[in-house]
Design a protein around this ligand. Sequence first.
Ligand SMILES: [Zn+2]
Length: 158
Amino acid sequence: MRVTGAERGTTPSGDRYSLLRIEMAQRYRHAVGSADPFYRGLENGVLRATECPDCGSTWFPPRRFCDADLSETTWYDLPGTGRIMAATRVHVPPPFGGIDVPYILASIRLDGVDGGITHRVAASDIPERGTVVAATFSDRQPAHPLLRMAFAVKEEIA
Ligand SMILES: [Zn+2]
């Protein structure tokens, strides 16, 4: 971490403030292991979940074992659509970078699985609860495979 600059100013209400510009570099090493089918799905533009072959429970994020009967789960592809449960506008870049601010972050219940994801929605306005979204994937190679994905509004709430 290093400080690359500083500035001082006065807010419209007359309060003085100081801002420090700080750069941080982070290195990650992910042990992919049993989640490998999930990451291969992202490379191919598909969200993957797991299902218990015995009781039919489903998970996203995927789990390797069923918590009810300890059966090993199987992988399947999701349609990539879902509904917004809650959303907000974020004005601070995430610590891992790769996203311009401000951006929309939403809790999304995914179709075809018991579960969901909190992820970026490519929209300028905050979507209403219940808005239908669909996963989209870019071809760029970001620092983390999940950054290739963003949700797009597919169907607005009337
Ligand atoms: Zn089960």
